[in-house]
Design a protein around this ligand. Structure first.
Ligand code: CA
Length: 226
């Protein structure tokens, strides 16, 4: 699956991008500031970066420079306001692969992304293996042993996020941005509530709470360390 990092601080645009990309078979990760964008571009393995110019913390140009200085070659598509095109073209300095002016249609963006990412050689699996639990991406149901479990849309999205990051600690903010797309307040306890739903439906020991940090999907298998 092609993994797209979205760096966009406007919640409405970020959620428009996430929904459209997920519907087209991409996996997305969204951040709302420049520092997080530069950090994730370094630490995680993304196939493409969609980068807004006007980001808090560090603007898109600075992110671009930092990413390219480190020698990362992932394709980067820059999003810019229509009245900032001249500045943008100057600021790209050869570091970006393409740019789009806001507002843009999703189809326009998709065409640019497809031109920049290699076609997948192997078809995307339709079942994600999560240890004791498996997730069927077509029927959007979980399978535990011989039980098939119905999931609501949010439960499915949360489960899929956990499975795609199996063994990694995901913070509440990461889960909020990935599954709820910033449509909830930071103080919201919706993540806790939904993790509770998943534990009841799928098994209490699949998802560990990592105190002060977040949650980790272990798949109900014994860990290597004590
Ligand atoms: Ca912005």
């Amino acid at each position: 699956m092609t993994r797209v990092l979205i760096a966009e601080d406007e919640a409405g645009i970020a959620s428009f991008l996430e929904k459209g990309l997920v519907a087209n078979g991409f996996s997305t990760w969204t951040v709302a500031d420049g520092h997080a964008a530069a950090r994730l571009a370094r630490d995680e393995d993304f196939d493409l970066l969609i980068l807004d110019v006007g980001l808090p913390g560090m603007d898109g140009f600075q992110v671009l420079r930092q990413v390219r200085t480190r020698g990362e070659h992932m394709p980067i598509i820059v999003l810019t306001a229509r009245d900032g095109v001249a500045d943008t073209v100057a600021g790209l300095d050869g570091g970006a692969d393409d740019y789009l002016t806001k507002p843009f249609s999703f189809e326009e963006l998709l065409a640019r992304i497809r031109a920049r990412t290699r076609p997948e050689r192997t078809p995307e699996p339709t079942v994600l293996d999560g240890g004791r639990m498996r997730l069927d991406l077509r029927t959007r149901r979980a399978i535990v042993g011989d039980r098939t479990i119905e999931l609501s849309a949010r439960e499915f999205a949360l489960t899929e996020t956990f499975l795609r990051h199996r063994g990694q600690v995901l913070s509440r903010e990461q889960l909020l941005s990935q599954v709820w797309g910033y449509s909830f307040e930071v103080g919201s306890n919706v993540v806790e509530v939904y993790v509770g739903y998943l534990r009841r439906k799928l098994g209490e020991d699949l998802i560990s709470t990592v105190r002060g940090m977040g949650y980790r999907y272990d798949g109900g298998e014994p860990s290597d360390t004590t």
